[in-house]
Design a protein around this ligand. Sequence first.
Ligand SMILES: [Cu+2]
Length: 209
Amino acid sequence: MRHILSFLIVLACLPVCARAADLDVHVRTARGAPVSDAIVTVEPEARTPAPLRFTQPLAMAQRGLQFDPFVLVVPVGAEVRFPNEDPVRHQVYSFSPTKTFELKLYGKDQTRTVRFDKAGVVSLGCNIHDQMVAFIKVTDAPFAVKTDASGHAVLHGLPVGRATIRVWHPYMKSPNGEQKLDLAIPRTGSIAQSFTAELRTPAMRMPGY
Ligand SMILES: [Cu+2]
């Protein structure tokens, strides 16, 4: 019995014990202002069969005549809900090649679901409210997280070895809106990495047109 127990403990420990390092990322402008809503993804050289780790709910709400969140990261194949929490109707659309769709007008407390089956960026709008803008980053990386209001993000339990870190923001002044870096992930502990990103000012859309 003891042997079986030890074996089970080893089995249970394997995915965790072999993947113990944390990555601590800060994204700031050259003047030190925090960059929130940046998506940090990690692609380890040695791909593991471990499940994808996404901490955000797969939902893009319409609330207060805005999308919430402004940026959402989802894995390829995700079914994303679009709940309408406003007392008015919305007509959500995307012209992006990653996923082109239009949801017919729907009202308060109703929701629709869209499946995102290709990696890339989806830019969202609403046909009724031009100020509504949001982005969905569809990724095939096994680790992804978004920077918070202080430009900070942490990824836990990364596998040891070489990995490619990417930081993307819809308004980043870089090719494809992203920067990338190769890093060595240690077996344990935590590594810190800072990124400097400049953001462009988004073009304002005229309300009501
Ligand atoms: Cu709307």
